[in-house]
Ligand binder design. Structure first.
Ligand code: SF4
Ligand code: SF4
Length: 442
């Protein structure tokens, strides 16, 4: 029984009724492919959403659970000939499920209140928690606990979650990146860099690499030290109002007229960050700035493809690299060739195509935490395909995918380096610098 606002009913009806039931999306949907159940397909889910919007059926826990069984991978959007906006439908359906309260339970409420409504709403809290975790890892307490065998006493699910704990970087982005990084070799552009939230704690080195690459390619880079979460976690988990609050904070932080572009290096965040205009469509004081924000928001691969990449002269050790596509980079942002083009410019690397490169790896935001069975099946499938390429490196442009593949490769004992494409490019530039320094000394 719906007790809160009806998000699906108030969604533009042209979005709700767009599906023409052709079924072309079905073979591309991982949950349908695994189950062959219509209700676990995009078409089945959209039919249920429309029935709720039309008030033909009531909100139930079965519907709400189905919305959380969907990965939100958006592969169905790539396949759809009718341009159905599944991303918007999916976000509104989850918001409707949350507003109705049909999934409420003490444990779930507590986790959501802590993580979504408290922790990710203020990155100072995340940094404090990250600091505690970093200390626990650096002092060797995590390794000690793992060696002690005490973890075997935990229930299986808790053991699995513990194994997924990410390693917190020694330094955050603001330790590694100056607020203003000058362009090297002549300034052509002025860009702002988004450091992300989890990315800032777990992959701050990728942020540093991104800024280095941008500077190398003619950009003066402004990286404000105190940034906030972009709100994609909130939008994808039924908290649209919180996502709006965070979008406004982001926009307020950047004087948009001063930048040629705002750069994101996280596929999942970028996909959300490019849609602030629709998120803030009902906010007159933000509407125009949100549209300007969307037009300036660029994924790093997309930006470099637009400006042109300076080919590095440094040659990396000869290796085979394969490329796993982040769902939200490929299906959400439709950026597929730019990362491949970037990898091909790096001397020493040979790009071998990954079968099913745009099939979800199971990370899908927090999907691997809440739907472990399906997430693990997708991870196994992905790792098997990676193994067939003979690659020693897998590159992917999203922190969730990076973590999922790192954990999966470690679990399976696969000798695989998992990196962001931009890290490989930054390494090649550094190699070039080292070789130049060496030559000038001799
Ligand atoms: S978002 Fe992914 S899992 Fe969900 S319906 Fe579309 S293809 Fe299927
Ligand atoms: S979502 Fe698109 S591809 Fe899927 S059934 Fe509807 S119209 Fe066809």
């Amino acid at each position: 029984m719906t007790t809160g606002p009806s998000y699906l009913k108030h969604l533009d009806y042209s979005v709700v009724q767009q599906c023409m039931h052709c079924g072309l999306c079905l073979p591309t949907c991982p949950t349908y492919e695994a189950t062959k159940v219509e209700g676990h397909s995009p078409r089945g889910r959209i039919a249920m959403m429309r029935a709720i919007a039309d008030e033909r059926i009531e909100m139930t826990s079965t519907f709400a659970e189905e919305m959380y069984f969907c990965l939100g991978c958006l592969a169905c959007m790539t396949a759809c000939p009718a341009d159905v906006n599944y991303a918007e439908l999916f976000e509104h359906a989850r918001a409707e499920a949350e507003a109705s309260g049909v999934l409420r339970s003490g444990r779930r409420n507590l986790i959501r209140a802590f993580a979504i409504r408290w922790l990710f709403m203020d990155l100072r809290r995340m940094h404090r928690l990250g600091g505690v975790l970093r200390l626990y890892q650096r002092l060797g307490l995590q390794a000690l606990l793992r060696r002690s065998g005490l973890l075997r006493l935990l229930p299986r699910r808790l053991r699995e979650l513990e194994a997924m704990t990410p390693t917190i970087c020694r330094q955050t982005s603001s330790d590694l990146i100056a607020p203003v990084t000058p362009a090297s070799g002549g300034k052509k552009y002025r860009v702002a860099m988004l450091v992300g939230c989890a990315q800032d704690l777990i992959f701050s080195d990728v942020n540093r690499d991104t800024v280095e690459v941008l500077a190398r390619n003619g950009c003066e880079v402004i990286t404000p030290p105190h940034q906030q979460c972009c709100g994609s976690l909130h939008a994808h988990n039924g908290e649209i109002e919180l996502a709006r609050a965070l979008a406004k904070k982001q926009i307020d932080q950047f004087p948009l007229d001063q930048f040629d572009a705002i750069i994101s290096n996280a596929g999942g965040c970028g996909s959300h960050l490019k849609h602030y205009a629709s998120l803030l469509a009902e906010e007159p004081s933000y509407r125009d700035r949100a549209a300007q924000w969307d037009s300036k928001l660029k994924d790093i691969h997309e930006w470099l493809a637009h400006t042109g990449i300076k080919t590095p002269k440094g040659k990396l050790t000869d290796q085979v690299v394969t490329y796993h596509e982040s769902c939200h980079l490929a299906h959400g942002q439709k950026i597929t060739s730019a990362p491949r083009q970037l990898l091909r410019t790096i001397p020493g690397l040979r790009l071998v195509e990954l079968p099913e490169s745009n099939w979800c790896c199971g990370s899908a935001g927090i999907y691997n935490l809440i739907q472990p069975e399906m997430a693990n099946a997708l991870l196994d499938r992905k790792l098997k395909h990676i193994a067939t390429t003979g690659a020693s490196i897998v590159a992917t442009g999203n922190p969730g995918c990076l973590l999922q593949l790192v954990n999966g490769a470690r679990e399976k004992g696969m000798p695989l380096e998992v990196v962001h494409p931009i890290t490989l490019l930054a390494e090649a530039y550094r190699k070039e610098d080292r070789e130049n320094t060496h030559d000038s000394k001799h």
